[in-house]
Design a protein around this ligand. Structure first.
Ligand code: FDA
Length: 320
């Protein structure tokens, strides 16, 4: 109920208009958002890099509603790649296809994506396509295949959500293409016809998909994280769930995968202790560092994941 309500709020224009006017809401949200400007985010990445942790930068924004905005969003991502290069930080980028036009016209989105991938290629950097709600999965996989198989881009990866029943089949097909996959549980509200409603089933499917990804990595020669920290290994476990992390570590050891052949990813502001522990233990760790003014839907999804975050939000209201 709680989760469903906050996911509904994340899409409600009236709630967004109201909440983003409140100063205290930004104060609460800024636990998860590195700042409003690209320079703020680069500073956060520098601090992570000092601790041996890499990053993926996300310029917040989704469901862009006109072609000019979509082209501008693509340009902003290109500028972000340039800023990473200029500052020399160990970071790649993440993007949402709805940010660069998927909901307007798939061709416009493909052209924007190709422009970004061409630029990333010229800088030897990597682009991760985030996965949005289930209505976007087929288009996202289709655009990914077009970029790799028809246009020859290599520096691009995808996200798979463990709550979807279809994910085992998707992973099996994507592993044949040697896809770099970030595995997460899934952050949207989906119907029980297409997604596991119970947390324990999502967890079990996460473990199973994680094993499939690691088997695939072993078959593909277990490539390790690039020297500059930008190109991730094939399997990425994006979770703060300690049991999922331990299960993945255990299976990787059984398979004899080197530590550098599996990456752990977490969100900025969540489980810093675990992030640092894994980095000290020698695993590649990457933090998803979002920035920008379009923080409302991202932040509301973080509230949906954890009721306790709501108390933090409310306590900021009383500290005004
Ligand atoms: P779970 O929800 O079971 O939480 C485990 C523990 O982590 C909690 O007990 C708590 O300690 C901590 N925790 C989790 N969420 C928290 C929060 N919001 N605030 C404070 N503590 C929290 N989803 C998606 O659909 N598409 C995508 O592309 C991505 N991309 C992505 C990238 C990265 C790097 C991460 C880490 C996650 C995503 N996600 C995502 C989000 C993902 O699907 C999921 O919603 C969250 O990671 C929460 O799930 P956990 O795996 O952490 O487990």
């Amino acid at each position: 109920m709680f989760r469903a309500f906050f996911i509904y709020l994340s899409k409600a224009a009236w709630a967004r208009r109201m909440v983003t006017k409140w100063d205290f809401a930004w104060r609460a949200a800024s636990r998860f958002i590195s700042g409003e400007k690209l320079e703020d985010a680069i500073q956060v990445v520098k601090k992570l890099n000092e601790k041996g942790i890499n990053a993926t930068l996300d310029h917040l924004g989704e469901h862009t509603s006109n072609p000019d905005q979509a082209r501008q969003a693509a340009q902003d991502i290109i500028d972000m790649l340039d800023a990473i290069q200029a500052s020399g930080v160990r970071s790649n980028v993440s993007l949402k296809l709805s940010q660069i036009g998927m909901g307007i016209d798939a061709r416009l989105c493909a052209e924007n994506l190709a422009r970004i991938l061409e630029h990333a290629k010229s800088l030897a950097n990597f682009v991760r396509i985030d996965m949005e709600d289930a209505s976007c999965v087929d288009t996202t996989l289709g655009l990914y295949r077009e970029m790799v198989l028809e246009r020859g881009f290599r520096g691009v990866g995808l996200v798979i959500q463990a709550y979807l029943y279809r994910s085992q089949e998707d992973v099996a097909r994507l592993m044949e293409m040697g896809t770099r996959i970030r595995l997460c549980k899934g952050a949207y509200k989906e119907s029980p016809e297409i997604a596991y409603p119970k947390k324990r089933d999502v967890d079990a499917n996460f473990d199973l998909l994680a094993r499939m990804l690691m088997d695939g990595a072993a078959k593909n020669g277990a490539p390790t994280l690039s020297e500059d920290g930008r190109i991730p290994p094939l399997p990425v476990m994006a979770t703060h769930d300690i049991q999922r992390v331990r299960n993945a570590q255990h299976y990787a050891q059984q398979l004899g995968l080197p530590k550098g052949a599996i990456e752990f990813q977490m969100l900025h502001g969540i489980r810093r202790d675990l992030q640092e522990q894994l980095a000290v233990a020698g695993y590649p760790v990457r933090i998803y560092v979002p920035f920008g003014t379009e923080w409302y839907p991202y932040y509301t999804r973080r509230l949906a994941e954890r009721p306790a975050n709501l108390w933090f939000f409310i306590s900021n209201f009383f500290r005004r």
